[in-house]
Structures are given as structure tokens and as C-alpha cells.
Design a protein. Sequence first.
Length: 127
Amino acid sequence: MDPIRLDKWLWAARFFKTRALAAEAIDGGKVELNGEKPKRSRVIRPGDELRIRLGPYEHRVVVRAMTRQRGSAAVAAQLFEEDPAGRVARERLAEQHRLAARVAGGAPKGRPTKKDRRDFERDRGRQ
């Protein structure tokens, strides 16, 4: 298979929605290739190791296949193999975020209803 640019591969493997976002992440130091900070035009080959930081999460993957086209999620999943320890750590962090949101009360429900307004007024001593 022909080697491919890093930004194109990240886009095709569905780590980023656009090539521009992939290039921005590479330039911003959020992607490491074999332990080094690459340029977006760096050519990657099967067997290369990538560390990709997306928000609070970190993906550690090994490149298994190449493609120049962006396909379905099932096809994209065949392009790389994820490190099992990295997957466990990412899932643990996601669970911590879910629990923290639950404890904090979650997102506000939006505008108060008429019943909520009446309850507020009653709690203030008005009727």
C-alpha cells in the first residue's frame, strides 16, 4: 500500500471531522507519531504508533491499514488497533465524567414551568 499523509489518515480513520481539524490538532501538538511531534504532511505506514488527545481523552493506536477515502465507522475501525490499556483508561475517565455530572445535578432543565414558579413564590412567602 502507498504511504499516506498523517492528516489524511486521521480524517479517514474518523478521529476528526475534517482534514482542517486534523491538521490543527497536529500543529497544536495533540498528536504524537512514534513518540515525536510530527508535521501534518508526515507520511505514515502500517505499524506506526500514534497518541491522539481529543479533549480530556487520549487514544493510543497502532496503524494497521491505509486508505485515502473516508468510509463508514466500521471501515475506519479496521484502519487501526487500539492499545487495551489506553482504552480502559479512557473508559474509566468517561465514567468519572458521567458520575461527576450526575452528582452536580446535570444540565439545567431550561425555563421554569408554571408549577415551578408557584413553588418559588410559595417558598418566598408570597401567594
